[in-house]
Design a protein around this ligand. Structure first.
Ligand SMILES: [Zn+2]
Length: 157
């Protein structure tokens, strides 16, 4: 089984990005390359729209290179687990929709931030049949748990 996990935060401490194997199970780990627990600025001075613009720019800078590594592998991957946080996180849903990630092969890990907006994007992106796993803010504990499960051959769900 091949699983990819992608987040703009770091959720597996001390691990570099790339393929991880245990037996037949292979995980493509794609997390914050700088080891930042929080990939986005937590506090932004200015108006709501200024903050959203800043997060949008930051999210692209972190997520787009991760997505690039995922894209060429996509056809062979059984399940892609995507953390969707509160700040600039819609970028990952945009990319998944744009590049035709198969809904049945997508699991979205959602914290409560901007939940209505994220659910709307999931519907509009054609991902209504994808699995959604609720998580804490930052998603690190949940993503790490799913990573350990996946290494043991259990599909994240
Ligand atoms: Zn959150």
């Amino acid at each position: 089984m091949k699983v990819a996990m992608i987040s703009y935060n770091t959720f597996v401490g001390g691990e570099q990005n790339g393929w991880k194997s245990r037996g037949e199970n292979r995980i493509l780990l794609l997390q914050n390359v700088n080891g930042n627990a929080w990939g986005m600025s937590q506090h932004v001075v200015g108006s709501r729209s200024q903050a959203e613009e800043k997060w949008g720019t930051e999210a692209k800078a972190v997520i787009d290179p991760l997505w690039e590594q995922l894209q060429s592998e996509l056809p062979t991957i059984d399940m892609v687990v995507l953390y969707v946080g509160g700040h600039g996180a819609e970028r990952i849903i945009e990319l998944a929709a744009k590049y035709g990630l198969v809904p049945d092969r997508a699991t979205f890990v959602f914290c409560d931030c901007n939940l209505a907006k994220k659910m709307k994007m999931v519907r509009e992106g054609g991902f209504s049949s994808s699995r959604i796993v609720p998580c804490e803010c930052g998603g690190r504990g949940t993503m790490e748990r799913l990573y350990r499960y996946a290494l043991k051959g259990n599909l994240p769900a």
